[in-house]
Write a protein that binds this ligand. Structure first.
Ligand code: NCD
Length: 367
């Protein structure tokens, strides 16, 4: 059984195949209208969502399947104190595939250990969001025609922006990539993402606070919302929330074929005056979300050409796991609320003896 927790669970070839299938779905939707007849998708959203949940539902309905689920943790047994593992074990008996979003980092990985059906991470806290990345990649595939030789500016909340972390991981596997990381000092890309996805691969990058100075060299500009819900102190959010606002004036020095992306929702980081610029691709990007999720559902259910892949497991590699010596102190990790979960770690850096929590990837601390 195959799940999708991290974008790196998919190989570059598989991502390419998904883009090809999604493009075929766009061209000939009728061919796919009954591929999932009799199948059920459960959408378990423990955290608010519009695009992701509705595009998953639209994807399954467009394939002839049915959907059930909840969009508010308060309307589920979580409100009574049920653990993620118990909810998943029960719900996976009612459906064929699950899309799950949770405010705690690592919750979908915990869920795969008990799920009886394939499970898709639809966003876990400020950690990862692999299906948004598939949406981003399908947009780049259609707009640029390739994934190599691109200078990609990522602007806004690079610390808590889970879409940013997954997109950087995905793009770091192509050649000729340069990342321009544009953020306030306080919201810089987490060191572990920088180390593992950029520095260790020798990828060119710069960190800056200046969007306008970076503009002329960019092929892609990925704007993001400051993630209000991840701050523990409101004053800090209020101080940082208007750090970047993209306006037509700021785009004057940009390339003519710049592709402006945003996972949405937008708050005020892109002025509505930019919407009519032909380089603004974010609403089109949101539409692509439905088609790439259709392709993903088919793949994980083993329907169609890729059926052979569906037996491959994406279980975490537990070979270098330690339990007693270390502790995860990330207050956003699923282990911070579910006390029964074993604290498991992977060896991230042999030389410096650095271990990371397998759920949220934070650096482990000694007990
Ligand atoms: C993003 C998310 O939820 O992480 N939105 C989305 O899935 N389309 C980005 C955001 O909420 O800012």
């Amino acid at each position: 059984m195959r799940s999708l927790i991290d974008i790196l669970d998919l190989s570059v070839e598989e991502i390419n195949d998904l883009c090809v299938v999604a493009s075929d779905i766009i061209a000939e939707p009728a061919k796919y209208a009954h591929k999932c007849d009799g199948r059920i998708l459960a959408t378990l959203f423990f955290e608010p969502s519009t695009r992701t949940r509705l595009s998953f539902e639209s994807a399954m309905l467009s394939l002839g399947g049915k959907v059930l689920g909840f969009s508010d943790a308060n309307s589920s047994s979580t409100a009574k104190g049920e653990s993620v593992s118990d909810t998943i074990e029960v719900v996976s008996g009612y459906c064929d595939i699950i899309a799950m979003r949770h405010p705690k980092e690592g919750a979908p990985l915990v869920a795969t250990r008990r799920s009886l059906v394939p499970l898709i991470n639809a966003g876990d806290g400020g950690h990862n969001h692999p299906t948004q990345t598939l949406t981003d990649l399908l947009t780049i595939y259609h707009k640029k025609g390739h994934f190599n030789d691109l200078t990609i500016g990522l602007c806004g909340d690079l610390k808590f922006g889970r879409t940013v972390h997954s997109l950087i991981n995905a793009m770091s596997r192509y050649t000729g990539i340069k990342f321009v990381l544009i953020s306030p000092e306080e919201l810089k890309l987490p060191q572990y993402v920088k180390d593992e996805a950029i520095i260790s691969k020798g990828i060119d990058f710069v960190e800056t606070t200046d969007l306008e100075a970076a503009m002329p060299e960019l092929d892609i500009l990925y704007m993001t919302r400051i993630q209000k819900e991840r701050f523990f102190h409101e004053e800090e959010y209020l101080r940082l929330k208007d750090s970047y606002i993209l306006t037509p004036e700021k785009l004057e020095t940009a390339k003519q074929d710049l592709c402006i992306l945003h996972p949405l929702p937008r708050v005020n980081e892109i002025s509505v005056a930019v919407d009519n610029d032909p380089r603004a691709c974010y609403f089109e990007q949101a539409r692509y979300g439905r088609f790439i999720r259709m392709a993903l559902i088919l793949k994980l259910l083993g329907i169609d050409a890729d059926a052979a892949d569906s037996t491959e497991a994406s279980e975490p590699d537990l070979s270098d796991v330690l339990t007693d010596t270390f502790f995860c102190k990330n207050p956003r990790c699923i282990t911070s609320v579910e006390q029964e979960l074993p604290h498991l770690f992977k060896l991230a850096d042999k030389e410096h003896h650095i271990y990371r929590c397998i759920y949220c990837e934070s650096e482990a601390e000694k007990q």
